[in-house]
Write a protein that binds this ligand. Structure first.
Ligand code: CO
Length: 211
């Protein structure tokens, strides 16, 4: 078991190694942040955005929550999204789920988790849209895996439903939205879906926007 102090010691060693490899590493990074990607992932400690994509500090702007949900009333996520899209001008927004997600698993049960229920209801809604397809699968693991994928697809669509993304699409033709799922067992990202300014979405979600 590591202590907090162990983390501080490890941090000093890490900073030393960074400077050894690239003497101007912190000088350059502290001057400017220009990531091309926004990552919306699960809070799960086993799915760290930078490590699994082999990217460095400065390359990915990150938001994580339980089960990587895009909820329009979530002020935190919407603030991150707006900053990434309008200010940092990211070219890609990635929703990354992962197999074995505790949030998805919990939502597939009837257990009550108090306050967390409100958050997990969003996943239950995804199940309701796809009940037949999910229930047709034999094992619980298969059903949970499919739900993880369907959840990611739904969250990508939730991004496309925002006027914020639609405005950026209309004015600048970016960002591209991506949905993928990370495998805890093999460390591989499975690419699932993408949407860009040319992708058709249900007309009810489209806003009248000036070019
Ligand atoms: Co998770």
């Amino acid at each position: 078991m590591k202590s907090y102090n162990d983390l501080l010691i490890a941090n000093k060693e890490w900073a030393k190694q960074q400077v050894k490899a690239e003497p101007n590493f912190f000088k350059e990074l502290s001057g400017l942040q220009t990531p091309q990607f926004l990552w919306i992932g699960c809070s799960d400690s086993r799915v760290p955005a930078n490590e699994i994509t082999n990217t460095k500090p400065g390359e990915i702007f990150v938001h994580r929550n339980v089960a990587n949900l895009v909820v329009h009333t979530d002020l935190n996520l919407m603030t991150v999204l707006m900053y990434a899209v309008d200010v940092l001008k990211v070219k890609h927004v990635i929703v990354c789920g992962h197999y074995g997600c505790g949030g998805v698993q919990a939502a597939m049960t009837n257990k009550s988790f108090g306050l967390i229920n409100r958050w997990l209801t969003n996943i239950k809604d995804v199940y309701r849209f796809h009940r037949e397809e999910v229930d047709a699968l034999k094992t619980l693991e298969e059903r949970e895996n499919l739900m993880v994928e369907l959840n990611v697809r739904e969250q990508v669509l939730n991004l496309a439903k925002t006027s914020l993304i639609q405005e950026a699409w209309t004015k600048e033709g970016r960002p591209t939205l991506h949905g993928c799922v990370y495998g805890l067992k093999d460390g591989i990202l499975k690419d699932l879906v993408y949407m860009d300014s040319k992708t058709a979405i249900d007309p009810i979600y489209k806003y009248d926007l000036d070019k």
